[in-house]
Each structure stands twice: as C-alpha cells, then as structure tokens.
Ligand binder design. Structure first.
Ligand SMILES: NC(=O)c1ccc[n+]([C@@H]2O[C@H](COP(=O)([O-])OP(=O)(O)OC[C@H]3O[C@@H](n4cnc5c(N)ncnc54)[C@H](O)[C@@H]3O)[C@@H](O)[C@H]2O)c1
Length: 343
C-alpha cells in the first residue's frame, strides 16, 4: 500500500485521519512538532494509539525547520501529502499573531517546497471557514470572494490558499484546499468551545456564551471530515487541458490543477442549541454566563456543500445529537467525570 505523509498527525483531525488511513492499510508517515499550545499529553496519547500500528511512524519536528521537514518528506516518498499542521485558534491569534505567521505561512511554504521535490500524486491542505471573514452571503460558497479576513489566523490560512495556487501553477502539483467548518468529536481540542464547555460543566462552573448565544456555527463531526478527506484524496484536480465537463460551482483553477472545497455540515445551529445538546448528553444543566461578542469573531458560518457532493457524492450528515453523544462518551471515558480536559 502507498504511503501518505500527514502533518499535524498528533492533532485532533490528523489523529482521526491517520487512524482511518491505517485501518485501510496505508502506511502513514506523520510529522508533528507537538507544540504546547494545548495539553501535549493529549497529543502524546493520540500518538501512542497510532504508534501501536507498525505502519505508522512520526517525525517530531517543526514545520519551520525546513531541513527536517524536507528530509522527512523525501524519506517517506509519499504518494499523497495531507497538510494539517498549523497554529490554530481564532482567539489565540489575537494574542500571539507571530506564531501564526511563522507556523502557517513560513511553515506551509516549507511544506510546499518539500512537496515539490517528491511530486506527490496529490497534495491536500487544510484551510478554514474563517477565510470567509466578513462575507455575509449565506451559505458560504467556495466561488464567492473571501477578501475580508477578520483575524490573523484567517489571513494566514488565506495566504496559504493563494501560495499553494502559485505552486500548483508553477510546478504542476495537483492541490486541493479544504475549508473546514467548526469540527467537533472525540479526542477534540481543549481550546475549542465543546471541550471547554464540557470541562466547565463537569467542574460545576458557568460557561461563557459569546454574543449572548446569538451565534450560529456549522458544527461538523470529525468522522464526516475524515470521510470527506478520504474521498477527496482520490480526486486530484486535473491539469488545464485535461478537463471533463465542468462541475457547477467548481473552484478548479483555469491555470493550475488546484481547487478549494468546503467541508462542513451544511446546517448551522445556534450556540444555545449546541449547549442544549451537551446538557442532554451529560444529563445535567450547564450554567450559562452571557458575554459580549469577542473581537474577530464571525456571527455565523454555514457551508454550501454542493461542490463536495458533486465531487464525491458525499455530504456530511452526522446528526448533532449523535455527534455530541459520541464526544461526551469519549470525554467521560478519557477524563472521567472530574473537571479536566483543558490546560
Ligand atoms: N478543528 C477545527 O474546527 C478546524 C476548523 C478549521 C480549520 N482547521 C484546520 O485543520 C487543521 C487541523 O486542526 P486541528 O483541529 O486538528 O488542530 P490541532 O491543533 O489539534 O492539530 C494541529 C497539530 O499540528 C501541530 N503543529 C502546530 N504547529 C506546528 C508547527 N509549527 N510545526 C509542526 N507541527 C505543528 C500541533 O502539535 C498539532 O498536533 C489545522 O490546519 C486547522 O487550522 C481546524
């Protein structure tokens, strides 16, 4: 079986993707800097599960270390590269913007350089719904302009979208960008709302609900994200001159084997409704403290899922109640009912 090189392999989405690829029989070469942005113990626990499979290896190094990254990519000689490693966190980008430029722009540039030397059949790169920024045309369609990012996080991800387009054009590297919409599920990120809410609820503390709950998010279960990535791996964008009939709403570049695809649930819910689901799954009430809108936040996200469906036949469809129950069951199993899970 072929090798897939996955950056961010110890991260939330990377872990789930690697596990699915290993189960299918792929060899997986992971690459992760195990950054201390959140609990490194959680990253090590994910990595330990993956490492139980002899088809998994992981290099522990930073994207910013171009020599280490280049050597790891060349040693793996992968057929496919999935680039998920990034400094994530909309709010953290207000406090530490430089880390975002270094990891996401310089680091992703290093990855593009390394990819060029091995010419994989397909390079797939994570971007974000935050790229839509101040856009207010709902649902968000990939072909709509995304020129007004609200945070440095969003701006660095938008930069990677554009850098990768130039690379695909100059070097003929088939490249797919995905814009993920608020991902949740087991082994989730302690800095994101679902895990923060669970930790507070089990500690008997009130949670802070931004913009008084008047916020809609297109919560997408991580299993749907992995299914979509897996299907897209087998659909590298064709080069110019070898195009079948156009797909409606396609972002396929006229000058490069490059496209951008939303991966979202396509059914946004109010933050309050998400918290209601957490309460139902936990079987206990969650005290809510209403607070103002935070700088850089978007009031709503909503994925148009038409392009993903046209390309793969797949639409994310995990019902919220089912996805939240999966998260809560894992959280209780992993942390017990003690108030932990954040650092
Ligand atoms: N989780 C979401 O809701 C969401 C939404 C939109 C986009 N994304 C994007 O999806 C990707 C994966 O996100 P995630 O939720 O799994 O995040 P995560 O933080 O759990 O995983 C990222 C991994 O990358 C590693 N990493 C970070 N900076 C690095 C660096 N400079 N060098 C080497 N390794 C580094 C971290 O150690 C971590 O294990 C990211 O690109 C993120 O921006 C996630």
């Amino acid at each position: 079986m072929a090798t897939v090189f996955v950056t961010g392999s110890a991260g939330f989405i990377g872990f789930h993707l690697c596990r699915a690829l290993l189960a299918e029989g792929f060899r997986v070469a992971g690459y992760d800097g195990m950054t201390p942005y959140y609990d490194v113990g959680l990253k090590r626990a994910r990595c330990a599960i993956l490492s139980a499979n002899p088809a998994f290896t992981q290099t522990e190094a930073m994207l910013e270390d171009a020599a280490a990254l280049g050597a790891a990519v060349r040693a793996a000689a992968p057929r496919v590269i999935v680039h998920l490693a990034a400094q994530a966190g909309v709010r953290h980008s207000l406090e530490a913007p430089r880390a975002f430029v270094e990891a996401n722009v310089t680091g992703s540039f290093n990855l593009l350089e390394a990819a060029r030397t091995v010419a994989p059949a397909h390079l797939l790169i994570a971007s974000t719904s935050s790229a839509y920024g101040a856009s207010d045309r709902m649902p968000f369609r990939e072909i709509d302009p995304a020129e007004h990012p609200l945070t440095v996080y969003a701006a660095t991800k938008r930069a990677v979208e554009l850098l990768s387009h130039a690379w695909a054009h100059l070097h003929g590297l088939p490249t797919t960008l995905f814009r993920f919409f608020t991902v949740y599920g087991s082994w989730g990120r302690p800095d994101m709302a679902p895990m923060k809410f669970l930790r507070a609820a089990l500690a008997g503390e009130p949670i802070s609900v931004h913009n008084h709950g008047r916020m809609r998010r297109d919560f997408t279960h991580v299993s749907d994200i992995v299914s979509a990535i897996r299907l897209l791996i087998d659909r590298p964008p064709p080069p110019p001159g070898h195009r079948p009939a156009p797909v409606p709403g396609d972002t396929l570049s006229p000058v490069a084997p490059w496209r951008l695809v939303n991966i979202g649930n396509g059914s946004p819910v109010e933050l309050g409704a998400f918290i209601d689901q957490l309460e139902a799954a936990l079987g206990r009430p969650i005290a809510r403290r209403m607070v103002a809108m935070q700088p850089g936040e978007m009031t709503a996200t909503w994925a148009d899922t038409g392009l993903l469906r046209a390309l793969t036949g797949f639409t994310p469809a995990t019902p919220l109640a089912e996805g939240v129950a999966e998260l809560v069951a894992w959280y209780r199993d992993h942390y017990g009912d003690a108030p932990r899970g954040s650092s």
